[in-house]
Design a protein around this ligand. Structure first.
Ligand SMILES: *Cc1c(COP(=O)(O)O)cnc(C)c1O
Length: 412
């Protein structure tokens, strides 16, 4: 791992944008290191939500009155902002969902059910979040497909030569995480996609962690589907995005049936709307969709490369400090990582670590991080995980290290 250059961001000033950070937890200033689960929201995003409800809340697309037009315009402006964020070719390729999980289920239940048959193979990886495992298992059970898994090596990297051996003309779909939420590993998704395409498989990339840390370009990647959640990139909960290549979306049957996704309904026959609306039945999360544009603008204003540099700096510092602790082992030492660090400590259960850190106002995540098979791969039940966002500081890392020394003193 390389040391990152000193950041040019004014972190103290950035912290002023996040009201939630300025509170005491158990008598100590909050240290929030659970950003891989969800990160905190800056004032402009909170304001965008309030402005929507105070100023122009109305149902979209159907109304001809002033507020409905305003809400529709803001909703569709968010779609263009996401298109730009992903560098998608067409705005019609951006579908609003309830999150990463929802996006993966959509693809499994529409594309998967229509195009996958008995004996077809789906390749995922050994470091997937449960939301990129279970929907495919459900599909395999229904359609008689076979799930194959790319193994993970001791550093927490995917074994690409094993991946190549898994690929064949039976491979119809590859679904892989861009960045591991448990280990921080950045996977070489460009290579993974290229090799899948060489055998004619389509590829879905789970970008839940990548979206707030890496520059994304779905055209350069040549991803067929790309999914993420807004709440992990300084946006609201309950809102996410599915990108899909237009030709694929055109060929896919709809997901949920209802209002908005139709052209014409009679009791004899219904004709479906075109993408993206075909996949957006019912009243969507209008306020949250609108606020996502603000979240993207907020990240843009700081500069994604500046955010990444700051987080790399914190990761480097935290990794060094953690390694000084006796009996602590970092799980996941990939060459390319985002600001996520996971560890286990000799003789101490991660849950005890989490409780004692919380008593000191430090929020970390403990457990399997929705990646039980990955934990099994490392022969552990879970880890303690610290994950960084733009507002975190080295002082907070120092608090964590002091907190862990206290854990060791109390438990050993
Ligand atoms: C958080 C996460 C998910 C699930 O996202 P939801 O917002 O809970 O739907 C999937 N994959 C990864 C890698 C994640 O970090």
């Amino acid at each position: 791992m390389q040391a990152a250059p000193e950041t040019i961001l004014d972190i103290a000033k950035i912290r002023q944008d996040f009201p939630i950070l300025h509170q005491q937890v158990n008598g100590r200033p909050l240290v929030y290191f659970d950003n891989a689960a969800t990160n905190q929201k800056p004032l402009p995003v909170i304001d965008a939500l309030t402005r929507y409800y105070e100023g122009y809340n109305a149902n979209i697309h159907r109304g001809i009155h002033h507020l409905a037009e305003q809400a529709t315009a803001a909703f569709e402006a968010s779609r263009r902002a996401v298109q730009q964020f992903l560098n998608a070719k067409h705005w019609e390729e951006i579908i609003f969902t309830y999150g990463t999980t929802d996006g993966i289920n959509l693809v499994a239940q529409t594309y998967g059910r229509k195009f996958l048959n008995a004996g077809d193979e789906i390749v995922i990886s050994g470091m997937e979040h449960h939301s990129n495992i279970v929907p495919w298992q459900m599909l395999c059970e229904e359609r008689g497909c076979v799930l194959r898994v790319i193994p993970v090596d001791d550093n927490g990297e995917l074994m690409l030569d094993e991946y190549e051996k898994l690929l064949s003309e039976r491979t119809k779909l590859v679904s892989v995480v861009h960045v591991s939420n448990s280990l921080g590993t950045i996977n070489p998704v460009e290579t993974i996609i290229e090799k899948a395409h060489a055998v004619g498989a389509v590829v879905l990339i789970d970008g839940a962690q990548a979206s707030s840390h890496l520059d994304l370009d779905v055209q350069a990647l040549d991803a067929d589907f790309y999914v993420f959640s807004a709440h992990k990139l300084y946006g609201p909960t309950g809102m996410g995005v599915l990108y899909g290549k237009r030709a694929l979306l055109d060929a896919m049957p709809p997901y949920r049936g209802g209002g908005e996704m139709i052209k014409e309904v009679t009791f004899e026959k219904t004709t479906y709307n075109d993408p993206p609306y075909k996949f957006e039945a019912g009243t969507p999360n209008i306020a949250d969709v609108v606020a996502v544009k603000t979240a993207l603008e907020y990240m843009d204003g700081l500069g994604k490369e500046n955010i990444a540099a700051h987080e790399a700096d914190l990761l480097h510092y935290a990794t060094e400090q953690l390694q000084e602790l006796d009996g602590l082992r970092i799980i996941g030492q990939a060459k390319h990582k985002i600001g996520v660090v996971s560890w286990v400590m000799d003789g101490i259960h991660h849950q005890d670590t989490g409780v004692i850190l919380d008593q000191q106002g430090i929020a970390v995540r403990t457990g399997h991080h929705c990646t039980q098979p990955l934990m099994q791969r490392f022969g552990i039940a879970g880890t303690t995980r610290a994950s960084f966002a733009v507002y975190n500081t080295k002082d907070e890392v120092d608090r964590l290290i002091a907190g862990l020394r206290r854990v060791q003193k109390m438990m050993l």
